[in-house]
Design a protein around this ligand. Structure first.
Ligand code: CA
Length: 96
């Protein structure tokens, strides 16, 4: 997280070996993307992995991860998902 308690968040979406990076939003803790992405799906028994990062000059920090099971995504019928973001492993270990 940056000084001033804001982030420059962006999202990386992974399905199988394919990943897509969103644009980053400058200095906000309430980012809204409204961006569309097309990802090919090789097999249906995996998940869509989503990781949030804070863009930084040196190294980007993970803000958390979320996941959607592909089996819960209806084929040809778009639907919305509300996802719980889990803290990244590094911040979990720093709490102990
Ligand atoms: Ca930053």
């Amino acid at each position: 997280m940056d000084h001033g308690k804001t982030s420059d968040p962006y999202v990386v979406i992974k399905v199988g070996h394919v990943s897509i990076k969103s644009t980053s939003k400058a200095k906000t803790l309430s980012p809204v993307w409204n961006e569309d992405y097309d990802l090919g799906v090789e097999q249906l028994n995996g998940s869509i992995k989503i990781e949030l990062f804070d863009k930084d000059l040196v190294s980007d920090d993970s803000l958390g991860t979320a996941e959607v099971d592909l089996s819960s995504v209806p084929h040809g019928h778009p639907r919305d998902f509300t996802l719980q973001v889990r803290a990244p492993l590094s911040s979990i270990s720093s709490l102990s």
